[in-house]
Write a protein that binds this ligand. Structure first.
Ligand code: C5P
Length: 284
């Protein structure tokens, strides 16, 4: 059996570049893995006569059927490799769901990596990343080393240097969850954007004067207007930057602030993490 850390991600900037014919959006975003994460214990099922994987989870509200990205990942692995092995998996869930923290995507990437290890299949990480785009746009990112500029619908992943961010606080409002398709469906372009602008964002980010923003935040806040007040409250706590991650509803807070004490949200002090080639992410 192996136990792997499955880290959350944050978007340090997220630009929506264009809407595509297939309904997806082209994005330009720098993503970063962080020290908040789930744990996945996975083994080859001791009874290989079972026709299905067995998934258990500490969070009873999560489906443990084939709609769970963990099981989408094992099914994808078998489809791509032709291997028939079934797995027994336990997911210890710490990453809030529907928060924009990529919990499900990270679980899928971690499971694919584990299946490859357990079956000694020696599929390259890059190939696992390419395969994973079939089951979710954010999954290929996790096969980078932890900091990457992602384009297309998220599946084109280019490693960039890890930014120096000492203090990161994640704030997840209770009972406010946002669905990714819903946020994208309601997104409206404010002005036409050209490729040059998208490049400029990355260059700007990589320069010493990094700018942090999320084009989807306005849409998320229009779908859940309570988020505006929450953001105002957090901004009064001394943080230099407060912005939503992904399609929300969690906020990334940068700088020396103290999260407001409230029963209405959870806060997590985290830091960026990375992995070395040929190993998976480790809990720091
Ligand atoms: O790929 P994933 O399953 O995460 O996407 C969920 C939904 O979010 C898609 O069906 C699509 O409606 C929307 N989406 C999008 N553009 C992206 C990623 C997701 O419009 N780049």
């Amino acid at each position: 059996m192996i136990q792997l850390f499955s880290p959350a991600k944050i978007n340090l900037f997220l630009r929506v570049v264009s809407k595509r014919q297939d309904g997806f959006h082209n994005l330009s975003s720098v993503l970063q893995t962080i020290s908040l994460g789930d744990f996945i214990s996975i083994q080859i099922h001791p009874d290989q006569s079972c026709s299905q994987d067995l998934l258990t989870c500490t969070d009873p509200s999560l489906p443990i059927d084939s709609s769970n990205l963990v099981l989408k990942a094992t099914n994808l692995f078998r489809k791509k490799t032709g291997i028939k092995t079934v797995f027994k998996i336990h997911l210890e869930k710490n990453i809030p769901c529907q928060a924009g923290l990529g919990g499900g995507s990270s679980n899928a990437a971690t499971t694919l990596w584990a299946c490859n290890q357990l079956t000694h299949s020696q599929v390259a990480d890059e190939t696992l990343g390419d395969w994973s785009a079939e089951i979710g746009s954010d999954i290929p990112f996790f096969f980078s080393l932890g900091t990457a500029h992602c384009t297309g619908r998220g599946e084109f992943v280019q490693q960039v240097p890890m930014p120096t961010l000492s203090q990161i606080c994640i704030i997840k409002p209770h009972k406010i969850s946002l669905s990714t398709p819903e946020v994208f469906k309601n997104f409206k372009f404010e002005s036409a954007l050209d490729e040059g602008n998208a490049k400029h964002d990355l260059n700007n980010f990589l320069s010493s004067s990094s700018t942090y923003f999320n084009d989807l935040e306005k849409t998320a806040c229009s779908l859940k207007p309570e988020l505006n007040q929450i953001k105002n409250n957090i901004q009064e706590c001394g943080f230099k930057t407060v912005m939503m991650t992904g399609t929300g509803s969690a906020f990334v807070c940068l700088g020396n602030g103290t999260p407001p004490s409230s029963q209405n949200f959870d806060s997590f002090q985290v830091r960026p993490i990375c992995r070395a080639p040929s190993t998976w992410y480790q809990h720091p």
